[in-house]
Design a protein around this ligand. Structure first.
Ligand SMILES: [Zn+2]
Length: 271
């Protein structure tokens, strides 16, 4: 599933190809995505110039002259910039044709992705209005996480994956950040010391930045906007490394299930 670094990598990949371009047309081949793409959408966006390719949480925000497209990659979606005449593949659901002769093409086998359009202030859109801070934003800091953890007995991994607290810290990056912060995933949130909270905030930022720099993590369904898989997988310390030696202390990495997701950690490096 594309996580925040994959979405940011996609944003950076498409940005130089779409910003400043005019939309010739939007061709929707399969409107039945997670939410149905409205029949009126192609007429609303045709002829508009793309001003900005932004992101909020895992939504790509394509800002036009009179509104904003909100695009979510869902579980298995990807976007590619291709010559407009490129033959379509199975699961290609829409084309945003640009005046450059290129098209922004959305492919999504599982159809959990979505496409919305709003002419209102985009941060007030129902999908975005109640989102927590971005992990790379200054609002997500030691003081913020310290206060959020004080009266909570929930496991720290569950807490940092809660999108009402901070957006975009998915399963891979939660495990990796806890390893770097030297904190076990099952620890109750309120048991963390201030120093551990500070380390965790730094680790979450560091792991996401490193993943963005290397183009996200290679997952089966994920391909970056330029068609290249991400290379972050080679740098993972614990995720999907059960039984393999810890890259720091050589002890085997342990795995267990937490909230229906696999969690990985080192019994020696994490307290
Ligand atoms: Zn270790």
């Amino acid at each position: 599933m594309p996580e925040l670094p994959e979405v940011e990598t996609t944003r950076r990949g498409i940005e130089p190809h779409v910003v400043g371009r005019r939309i010739v047309s939007l061709a929707v081949y399969e409107p039945r995505l997670r939410w149905r793409v409205p029949n009126s959408l192609p007429a609303q966006v045709a002829g508009q110039k793309i001003r900005v390719a932004g992101r909020r949480a895992k939504y790509l925000l394509i800002e036009l002259e009179s509104g904003t497209l909100l695009l979510h990659l869902g579980m298995s979606g990807n976007l590619r910039v291709l010559p407009a005449q490129t033959p379509r593949l199975a699961h290609d659901h829409f084309d945003l044709l640009l005046d450059s002769g290129q098209t922004l093409r959305f492919n999504d086998p599982r159809r959990f992705g979505s496409l919305h359009y709003t002419t209102e202030a985009v941060d007030q859109h129902p999908l975005l209005a109640r989102l927590a801070p971005e992990p790379l934003d200054v609002a997500f800091n030691t003081e913020y996480l310290w206060r959020a953890t004080r009266r909570r007995s929930v496991a720290i991994k569950q807490l940092i994956m809660n999108s009402l607290l901070v957006v975009g810290v998915g399963n891979i990056y939660a495990s990796e950040a806890l390893f770097r912060a030297r904190v076990r995933p099952r620890r109750s949130a309120r048991s963390l010391s201030r120093e551990e909270v500070a380390r965790l905030v730094r680790s979450i930022r560091a792991v996401l930045k490193a993943a963005i720099r290397t183009g996200g993590t290679t997952l089966r369904d994920y391909v970056g906007a330029n068609g290249n898989p991400g290379y972050f997988r080679q740098k993972l310390f614990v995720y999907e490394r059960a039984g393999q030696p810890c890259r720091k202390c050589r002890k085997p990495i342990r795995q267990f299930t937490q909230g229906q997701r696999s969690t990985y950690y080192c019994t020696s490096c994490q307290k």
